[in-house]
Every structure is written in C-alpha cells, then in structure tokens.
Design a protein around this ligand. Structure first.
Ligand code: PMP
Length: 394
C-alpha cells in the first residue's frame, strides 16, 4: 500500500514548513477535499491566492486555450497575454506607468528593492512586523527579526520604523531615503490595520523628501479589500506597487507597477526573469481581471466582507474581541491567545483558516465565496470557539 501523502511528503521534501496537517486532493469553488473525501470550506484561499476558487471554468479555459496556442516564449520575445495583462493592470491602477511581470510576491518586492537602489540613495525604510518575502532583499525589508536572524548578514541599508507611527516616519525619512515600503494592511503580522491617515501621511512625507513610496499589495491587491488595490480605499497613489497572490487566480505570477520617474529606473539589461510574463500565467491573470470587472467583484467583496465581519462580532462570543481588516481580508481578534486551538477546531469542523498571531485568526477566502457559505461558517463558529476554549483550559 502507498504510504499516506503526509508521510511521503516528510521523507521527500525539505522540512522548511513543518508537516502540513491535511493532504488536499481536489477543489471546486471555495470547497476543497482531503484524501479521505472530507469536505472543507476554504476560508484561507491558499492564503489570499485563489481569487476565483478552485477549478474555475474561466481560468481553465484561458490557460488551456493559451497552452494550446503558444507555450513559453522567454523574455527574448513577447506574446499577447503579457501585454494585455500590463494594459489591464494599468487601467485598474488608473495612472500611467509601466509594469514588470515576475513569478511571485517575493520576486516583485525584490525588483522593487532594486528599483529603489537605482535612485542612488542609500536608505530603505520598512515597517516593524511587515512581511515582504523570503529571498535576501525581500527578507532584509521584512520587519520580523526572527525570520531574518538565521540568515544574517542582510543586504545593507534597511531601517525599520514602528508600523502606523507617523512621527517615527517623519523623524527618519530624509534626502538619504530611496524608498519607504509598507503593506496597506499587514497580512502576515495578523491583519494589522494602520491608524486612519497613516498611509496618506506616508505619501506626503515621502513626496516631500523625494523618496519613493512602495506599497506591497501582494496580499491586499486584486479586489481582496473591496477595491482593486487597497491604496484606492484611502485615496493615495504609490510610486511603486507590488502584486502577486490573487493576481494569477492560483497560477504563479507577480507584478510590479511603477508610475512617474520610478517607471523608468530600470535600464535595458538591468533586471529580468525567465518565466516572468509566461503566456499561460499571464492568460490566467487576464481571466481573473476580466472576471472581477464583469462581475462587479470589488463591490461584492466590500459588502460580503462588511456583513461577515459584522455577523462574527454580532455573535457576542466571549472569545471574540473584535474583527479587523477590510473586504475579505479579515482578522478575528481573540480575547485569549487560543488561535492555534481555534484553527484546529475549525479544521475538525470542516473550515480552513489560519492563525498568523497567537490571538488572531485570518480569513482570506476566495472572492467568489457565497452568502450561504459565509453564513454556514458564522453559524458553526460559536461551537468551534467553545471547543477551542475547552481545549485551551485542559
Ligand atoms: N508580501 C506580502 C505582503 C505577502 O503577504 C507575501 C506572502 N505571504 C509576500 C510578499 C511573498 O509572496 P510570495 O510568497 O508569493 O513570494
């Protein structure tokens, strides 16, 4: 008999993640199924990736049609999907600019780091608690010291400020500053929302000193927060924005959008990637953007996110302090550090979510989540929270 998938995983793949608890073999929409046929509602969406859920016909069609027409072309040539993608992204952004297409969020931030270096200024400012990826440049800007420590020394020149603190930014940004990089909402840090006015202040301070404002919208972008991009919720325009996750609807793709002088910082030959803009992945991303437009998904995410957050708070459960976030990127803040227990109880009850902090649960479901699916989770949540509290006091 073949050993269970988890066992084979453990002996064949590097142990950089720890053992995954569930082997998933099939998915449809917001539902996924494990090797035993158990059904789960996927409230994490592959961590904000599966914008249209699993096996969406429009993505299958787009990728299949592209692969049947033209496969990989490398960056020595161009193919229609990557150009259409760039044009659609700029239209959604609403400003003139240029796009660099890559394969992941980390890689998008790595490119943004290099763009910042091209200004000739030595300093990059990032936020404590922020997450930008695992390669050395992206890691150097990641404000979680435990993630950086095993890999010191980091690339030089990155300084950190407390997230959400305008005075700290004001004190540090100067004519030496190439860029300030921020997440509009810190996803990995536990769906941390900055105080009102913070991003607008960051925009004003960076502009005043001629520094770039880079927004990492890898987690918040592509309709996740109820607008195409989270910065549109607060009415500012970054110089540089990084994207990935939901962009490909499950296919690996990332992008950097730059506007103004930042759009021309790379000279030919200075940056590149073999797979970036790969026609099949670009076609998937175009299908995602078309679907968002054709179905009014931004408005839908805005209203469903608001009602889901309100319904969870209205349960009045003693373990729930409040719900934070925007659109369908929500953090359920607990009154006790029991998020691992809630995560486990939710899995037993057939819901996938995760615990980015000891007292925070994260929801980042497919954007096509139905009202009925959201209601089912809210109805089952009190039982899940009770079970977690019992496990926590044992
Ligand atoms: N930036 C942010 C804000 C993220 O949330 C993540 C992934 N969690 C990344 C960058 C890295 O993206 P990727 O895993 O696609 O490299």
């Amino acid at each position: 008999m073949t050993a269970p998938l988890q066992e084979r995983w453990h002996s064949s793949l590097m142990n950089n993640y720890g053992t995954p608890p569930i082997a998933l073999v099939r998915g449809e929409g917001a539902l996924v199924y494990d090797a035993d046929g158990k059904e789960y509602l996927d409230l994490l969406g592959g961590i904000a990736v599966n914008a249209l859920g699993h096996a969406h016909p429009e993505i299958i069609e787009a990728v299949t049609a592209q692969l049947s027409t033209l496969g990989h072309v490398s960056n020595l040539y161009i193919a229609p999907p990557v150009v259409e993608l760039a044009e659609r992204l700029l239209a959604a952004f609403g400003h003139e600019g240029r796009v660099f297409v890559c394969n992941s969020g980390t890689e998008a931030n790595e490119a943004a780091f290099k763009l910042a270096r091209r200004t000739g200024r030595p300093q990059i400012i990032a936020a404590e608690g922020g997450f930008h990826g695992r390669t050395m440049g992206a890691l150097a800007m990641t404000g979680q010291p435990a993630k950086r420590a095993p890999f010191e020394p980091m690339p030089a020149g990155v300084d950190f400020v407390p997230y959400g603190d305008v005075a700290a930014l004001e004190a540090l940004v100067s004519e030496r500053t190439a860029a300030v990089i921020l997440e509009p909402i810190q996803g990995e840090n536990g769906v941390v929302v900055p105080p009102e006015g913070y991003l607008a202040a960051a925009r004003e301070i960076t502009s005043r000193h001629g520094a770039l404002l880079i927004l990492d919208e890898v987690q918040t972008g592509i309709a996740r927060t109820g607008a195409y991009f989270a910065h549109q919720r607060v009415g500012i325009v970054p110089d540089v924005m990084t994207l990935a996750k939901g962009l490909g609807g499950g296919m690996p793709i990332g992008a950097v959008i730059a506007t103004g002088p930042a759009a021309d910082l790379f000279e030919p030959g200075q940056h590149g990637t073999t797979f970036g803009g790969n026609p099949a992945c670009a076609a998937a991303a175009v299908a995602v953007l078309k679907h968002i437009d054709a179905n009014g998904l931004c408005e839908r995410v805005d209203s469903l996110g608001k009602s889901l957050a309100a319904d969870v708070e209205a349960l009045g459960h003693p373990l729930v302090a409040h719900v934070r976030g925007d659109g369908l990127l929500l953090g359920i803040v607990l009154t006790e550090p029991l998020s691992a227990q809630v995560d486990a109880a939710a899995k037993r009850a057939g819901y996938l979510l995760n615990a980015p902090a000891p007292n925070v649960l994260r929801l980042a479901p497919p954007l096509i989540l139905s009202d009925e699916q959201a209601d089912a989770f809210v109805a089952d949540l009190p039982g899940i929270l009770d079970a977690a509290q019992k496990a926590g006091t044992r």
